[in-house]
Design a protein around this ligand. Structure first.
Ligand SMILES: [Zn+2]
Length: 340
């Protein structure tokens, strides 16, 4: 198949996005538009100057810009617009279902109410479901580099509307903030009937993955690439069917690896680990989800394995059995078109 056809095939591939921070979809153009609309002053001369700040040395330098730009999000409508801009990309990239992270602590620190943020994002999902046929939901993330008390307060703020969330997650700067710090917060989230996921093993060690499983009782591990450092843990993650939400372009941009080829995708797949591919913060890392699949194709992973990765993503969603069956049938059709 020609490279143009592979690009098209990977865009059409029915897939789920399981590791996507809605704030990380804020494109520089929209950031400037919202800054203007809301009268927020940003320390950038123009679009070119802002774009020049998108070269990061590591996770922290990315987070500094990411938090700075979030200040332009002020109204419910801003959050709806942000969600719809993402869902348009997701639709173009073959996403059937998106389970989307958001970071309320940042917005609440910026003076917004939890309800405003939640209402705006849910409205975007509702319109997106009608407009693009994408199902999905929200995963509320705790910022691990803020005090645990802040996460404890957030879960209580969220509790009355817990049924409007899919689950909770744990994100932001990883090293020095082990999962076990959030044991009580996760226990409370479980009590509220929420699904549990956490970032672990991106910059942090394999031991953080172990803690996320044993102490937080998560159902998926976000990133998890450093699981590869502990062969026994790789075996366990495979046996228990724990999906890893790997983000190739993010890992390359944040220099977790220098080259996508260094990611242990094939080794994980050969070991039976449920690898998925996702875009993390696509406005910042150079590509939405199909571009992440394409980066793996360029790194030598063949279409049949990429289709298996897409199947993993559909199976690892928190969708109903009926919805999963429908999505997997669409994937079978795709296999019939491109693999036979
Ligand atoms: Zn992430």
């Amino acid at each position: 198949m020609s490279s143009i056809n592979i690009t098209q095939a990977l865009r059409e591939l029915p897939k789920a996005e399981l590791h996507l921070h809605i704030e990380g979809t804020l494109e520089p153009e929209l950031a400037l538009e919202l800054a203007e609309r809301n009268g927020v002053e940003l320390p950038f001369r123009d679009l070119a100057d802002l774009k020049a700040h998108y070269e990061f040395a590591n996770l922290q330098s990315f987070l500094d810009l990411y938090y700075q730009l979030m200040a332009v999000l002020r109204t419910r409508e801003d959050f709806t617009d942000l969600m719809l801009a993402y869902l348009k990309h997701a639709h173009e990239d073959g996403v059937r279902r998106a389970e989307i992270f958001f970071d309320p602590q940042v917005h609440m620190n910026n003076g917004l109410s939890y309800d405003l943020v939640l209402d705006g994002l849910l409205e975007g999902l509702r319109i997106g479901r009608e407009r693009y046929g994408i199902e999905g939901g929200l995963i509320m993330c705790f910022l691990r580099d803020l005090p645990v008390e802040s996460a404890e307060a957030l879960i209580e703020t969220a509790a009355p509307r817990a049924s409007e969330l899919l689950g909770v997650g744990l994100d932001s700067a990883e090293v020095g903030y082990p999962p076990e710090l959030f044991k009580s917060v996760y226990a409370r989230a479980a009590e509220l009937g929420l699904h549990l996921v956490a970032h672990a093993g991106e910059e942090g060690p394999a031991d953080y993955v172990l803690q996320a499983l044993d102490v937080l009782h998560v159902e998926r591990i976000d990133h998890g690439v450093n699981t590869a450092d502990d062969p026994a843990l790789v075996g366990r993650v495979a046996d228990e069917g724990i999906a890893l939400t790997v983000c190739p372009l993010s890992n390359r941009r944040l220099q977790v690896v220098q080259d996508v080829r260094e990611l242990p995708i094939r080794a994980f797949m050969d070991a039976g680990v449920k690898v998925t591919v996702n875009s993390d913060d696509p406005a910042y890392f150079g590509g939405y989800i199909a571009a992440n699949y394409e980066a793996l194709a360029e790194a030598g992973i063949a279409l049949p394995m990429l289709a298996d990765i897409a199947a993993n993503s559909l199976n690892a969603t928190f969708a109903s059995a009926q919805e999963k069956t429908a999505m997997l049938a669409a994937l079978d059709d795709w296999r019939g078109k491109y693999l036979d």
